[in-house]
Write a protein that binds this ligand. Structure first.
Ligand SMILES: Nc1ncnc2c1ncn2[C@@H]1O[C@H](COP(=O)(O)OP(=O)(O)OP(=O)(O)O)[C@@H](O)[C@H]1O
Length: 208
């Protein structure tokens, strides 16, 4: 597989302030992640892990501070270079597995890889015509992971990514993460469970 050509890519936050519902969730947050690195965001329930991912993805606006990607594609915004996988799988129940993936590829835009190959890698090649409504929780998560492979983006923002995955699925996903890092991508994952790959810890909200 070819690299992502973002050799010196670095994602940085400086003095980031997060306010939700009029309440300050965290403030003065500094963080860095460089190409080839995984950062595990940890902290107690409600400390702001999901909020941080949404700030980086551009789905929330910081109340203060800055978040920037250096060394990426200068023609694209940071959100355009991110994959955001929330803890709820964003699937349309009436559409088939293949149609859901096609929807996401159209929505995300950019160059797309072979969707059938992505579905085979995540172990869903036997279910391509099944409506998403019929998928198990682990299969839904696998379909969400197929998005990461079908549309290549350098920054993966993952919220509790291994939820519902069986042992084999976790192993498969660890392999995908390692491959992404080896290609020069970076990963920020909010997690209560071990990520399963080498990662640096970013703790928010003080000790649990
Ligand atoms: N839409 C919203 N409006 C107001 N407050 C919100 C909203 N979404 C989240 N919050 C609050 O923001 C804070 C941080 O929530 P967030 O989901 O980022 O925490 P988290 O660290 O991911 O938690 P968990 O470990 O439980 O998943 C919480 O106090 C939560 O109640």
């Amino acid at each position: 597989m070819s690299g992502l050509d973002q050799g010196k890519m670095q994602l940085s936050g400086r003095g980031v302030v997060c306010v939700r519902g009029g309440r300050e969730v965290f403030s003065g947050l500094d963080f860095d992640a460089v190409a080839g690195e995984a950062v595990a965001v940890v902290g107690r329930n409600g400390s702001g892990k999901t909020s941080l991912l949404r700030l980086i993805a551009g789905l929330l606006i910081p109340a203060g501070g800055t978040i920037a990607l250096a060394g990426g594609d200068a023609e694209l915004t940071l959100p355009e270079q991110c994959h955001y996988l929330g803890h709820r799988d964003a699937l349309k129940p009436a559409l088939s597995v293949a149609e859901n993936l096609s929807f996401w590829a159209d929505f995300l835009g950019g160059q797309r890889s072979d969707a059938a190959k992505s579905l085979a890698i995540v172990g869903l090649d036997h279910a391509t015509h099944l409506p998403a409504a019929f998928l198990s929780a682990g299969q839904r998560r696998r379909l969400s992971l197929a998005r990461l492979l079908t549309v290549r983006r350098p920054v993966w923002l993952l919220d509790e990514p291994t939820t519902a995955l069986d042992v084999a699925g976790q192993g498969m996903f660890e392999g995908l993460m390692r491959e992404h890092l080896a290609r020069g991508g970076l990963i920020i994952a909010a997690t209560h469970a071990p990520l399963g790959i080498d990662s640096r810890e970013l703790r928010i909200g003080g000790a649990a």
